[in-house]
Design a protein around this ligand. Structure first.
Ligand SMILES: [Zn+2]
Length: 141
C-alpha cells in the first residue's frame, strides 16, 4: 500500500483495519460490525433462537411498525381508535389479514415495546461503533 493511497483516505476501521473515506468507514462499521455487543464480542445468533416459533419475522415486525406509525395519529376520543388498545386490535387483525399470522393485540403491544428497548440499546451500540472509527487525518496532522 503506497503512502499516496493511504493519504487519499481519512478514515480507518478500528476493528478490522479497513481504510477508506471517513463516511464510508462509518457505514462499513455499521454494516459489518453492527453485532458488536457492549462487551466487544460478536453476537452470532444461535440456531436455538430460530426454533422459537413465537419469534417475530422481519416482515411482521415491519408491518407492525408501519401500522403503528399510520394508526397512532388516529388514536383519540373523537378519532378512529378510541384507545391504544383498539389500535393494537386493528394491528393484530392487519397481521392476520395481510401476512396470515396470528398475533394477539397484547403480543403486538409487547413486541412494539421490545423493539423500543432494542432501539435504545442500538443507539448505545452506534455510539461505540463511532468510537471504533479512527480518523487518520487527525493523527497525521
Ligand atoms: Zn471493519
Amino acid at each position: 500500500m503506497s503512502e499516496d493511497y493511504e493519504n487519499h483516505y481519512d478514515g480507518k476501521c478500528g476493528i478490522c483495519g479497513v481504510v477508506g473515506y471517513l463516511q464510508d468507514i462509518q457505514e462499513h462499521v455499521l454494516a459489518e460490525h453492527e453485532h458488536v455487543e457492549e462487551n466487544g464480542t460478536v453476537n452470532n445468533s444461535s440456531p436455538q433462537q430460530l426454533q422459537n416459533t413465537t419469534e417475530w419475522q422481519e416482515g411482521e415486525t415491519r408491518l407492525l411498525l408501519d401500522k403503528y406509525e399510520s394508526y397512532l395519529p388516529l388514536v383519540g376520543p373523537m378519532k378512529k381508535f378510541k384507545t391504544k388498545k383498539n389500535m393494537w386490535l386493528q394491528i393484530s387483525k392487519d397481521l392476520s389479514v395481510i401476512l396470515n399470522v396470528e398475533r394477539s393485540p397484547l403480543q403486538c403491544e409487547n413486541r412494539y415495546k421490545t423493539i423500543l428497548k432494542r432501539k435504545k440499546r442500538q443507539l448505545k451500540t452506534m455510539t461505540e461503533v463511532a468510537a471504533a472509527v479512527l480518523i487518520l487525518s487527525m493523527s497525521r496532522k
